[in-house]
Design a binder for this molecule. Structure first.
Ligand code: URP
Ligand code: ZN
Ligand code: ZN
Ligand code: ZN
Length: 466
């Protein structure tokens, strides 16, 4: 039995903040006691970590990553090995990635393929959602089986016609099934049919630069799809989780639904909180670095996102980490923005960027932990093992130095991508030491983890509903 003692830090959870010593035994949190009292209690340990002047927070739960994800004729540049290592560096100890159903094929086949990509490769724990690309009688039946096995959330796309797109009938059927089996439908809410018309019109008019990606993917078309998804979920009697919300008008749709008491939830991502269409408009082809969907919005949308995070109209901040190298991947869209692979790198920086939001006064320290750890754990059935620090929970712990400063850069990050979306951004706060199920995977800014340490985590259904 290995014992580790994390001493003297300010333990911050979504619920409370206390100076405490944390005893870790066999991968779990064994006990907490008032800071300094562990000696008197006779607690001994193989390793004592001094957290004086630091926060001790739960390991982050990033509920939206795409490692080794095929998109736009290429694949995202982080594998499960490199991506989960970068996650560990950034204080994230659980990721929920998206297994993909290929059109015309079984869900099981897609899930098996994602298990094969991840098994034995991960530095931190992982789980899967399933992308439904082909809703039919067989896949609906398979949904029930997967929920029973602990894969309890399914992403559908109102965008990307011909790729992942589902029509309203397919969406309704999947939602009806989820209403019956306890699954959670996650929606990419953009009107892809209308967007594709605007894409063709823009290209025909010679508007081919990256910034037009943001212009054609209109905020109104995100709001319209969000509204439609909410109404379909009401008809089906199912809960709904809208991913990567970026438009003020979409937040308003979620807020209105929640004010009616509907089980509707929303996620946003750091890129929508810290970046904007100014980045998409950077000179030359630089804007391609910031092409993702939903797109970055004009800066004015950010206030509504921050407000939504404070008022709980948005519950979760995930990264939607989906990196493509500028060289050779983003460049596929030179001369045609619609061919730029969609997605931004970010799995390493979510805990830090949200800590910066605490420093900047957007959210409280406890809300930081709620948005980044506790809420995603409950939303996706990972609590009580993940997302908090309490006796019996997995010892996924981060010793966080709130006063250290750092500058984000591609020259120092650990993600397998040749640029940073946050190049040069100064952050107050830094991950110092990280434990994953009691194993020290980052030790005072040195990686001490191991490929294959991370385990697959089956999940329960959404814990916001029961
Ligand atoms: O641009 C993005 N978000 N790429 C990843 C796929 C998705 O829609 O989440
Ligand atoms: Zn999406
Ligand atoms: Zn409200
Ligand atoms: Zn995504």
């Amino acid at each position: 039995m290995t014992r580790t003692l994390v001493q003297g830090g300010l333990v911050v959870t979504a619920a409370e903040e206390t100076y405490a010593d944390v005893l870790v035994e066999d991968g779990k949190v064994a006990a907490l006691a008032a800071a300094g009292s562990s000696v008197a209690r006779g607690w001994t340990a193989d390793r004592v970590i001094d957290a004086t002047g630091r926060y001790v927070v739960p390991g982050g739960v990033d509920a939206h990553t795409h490692f080794d994800f095929p998109f736009g004729g290429t694949s995202s540049s982080d594998t499960f090995e490199t991506g989960t290592r970068a996650a560990a560096w950034g204080g994230t100890t659980t990721v929920v990635d998206f297994a993909v159903q290929t059109r015309g094929r079984a869900l099981r086949e897609g899930l098996d393929a994602w298990h094969a990509k991840a098994e034995g490769k991960c530095a931190v724990d992982y789980a899967f959602h399933m992308i439904l690309s082909d809703v039919n009688e067989d896949t609906l039946k398979e949904m029930d089986l997967l929920v029973g096995e602990g894969l309890t959330s399914f992403k559908l796309f109102m965008a990307y016609p011909g790729v992942f797109y589902s029509d309203d009938g397919q969406i309704l059927r999947a939602m009806q099934r989820a209403a019956g089996n306890g699954g959670l439908v996650m929606m990419h809410a953009e009107n892809g049919i209308a967007i594709d018309v605007l894409v063709q019109q823009a290209l025909a008019a010679g508007r081919t630069a990256p910034r037009y990606h943001g212009e054609v993917r209109r905020a109104l078309l995100e709001a319209e799809a969000t509204h439609r998804a909410i109404q379909l979920a009401r008809v089906a009697g199912s809960p709904l989780y809208v991913v990567h919300v970026s438009a003020e008008e979409a937040v308003a749709e979620l807020a209105a639904a929640r004010d009616k008491g509907l089980p509707v939830f929303g996620e946003t991502c750091p890129q929508y909180l810290f970046l904007s269409t100014d980045n998409l408009a950077e000179p030359g082809f630089e804007g391609a670095k910031y092409v993702c969907s939903t797109p970055l919005r004009p800066r004015e949308h950010q206030a509504a996102l921050w407000r939504g995070l404070r008022t709980d109209d948005l519950q979760v901040v995930s990264t939607d980490h989906c990196p493509f190298c500028f060289s050779g991947q983003k460049e596929l869209g030179r001369g045609d923005f619609s061919k730029i692979p969609n997605g931004l790198p970010g799995v390493e920086h979510r805990m830090d960027l949200l800590h910066q939001a605490v420093v900047d006064g957007h959210i409280t320290r406890r809300r930081w932990i709620e948005l980044a750890c506790a809420a995603p754990a409950r939303m996706f059935g990972l609590a009580p093992h993940k997302g908090t620090i309490a006796p019996g929970a997995d010892a996924d712990l981060v010793v966080y130095d709130p006063r250290a400063t750092q500058v984000l850069s591609a020259t120092t990050h650990h993600m397998n991508v040749d640029y940073s979306a946050y190049e040069g951004k100064e952050i107050t706060g830094r991950v110092e030491t990280v434990l994953s199920r009691g194993e020290i995977v980052i030790d005072e800014r040195r990686f001490t983890g191991r490929t294959g340490h991370g385990r697959y985590v089956p999940r329960t259904t959404c814990q916001y509903l029961s």
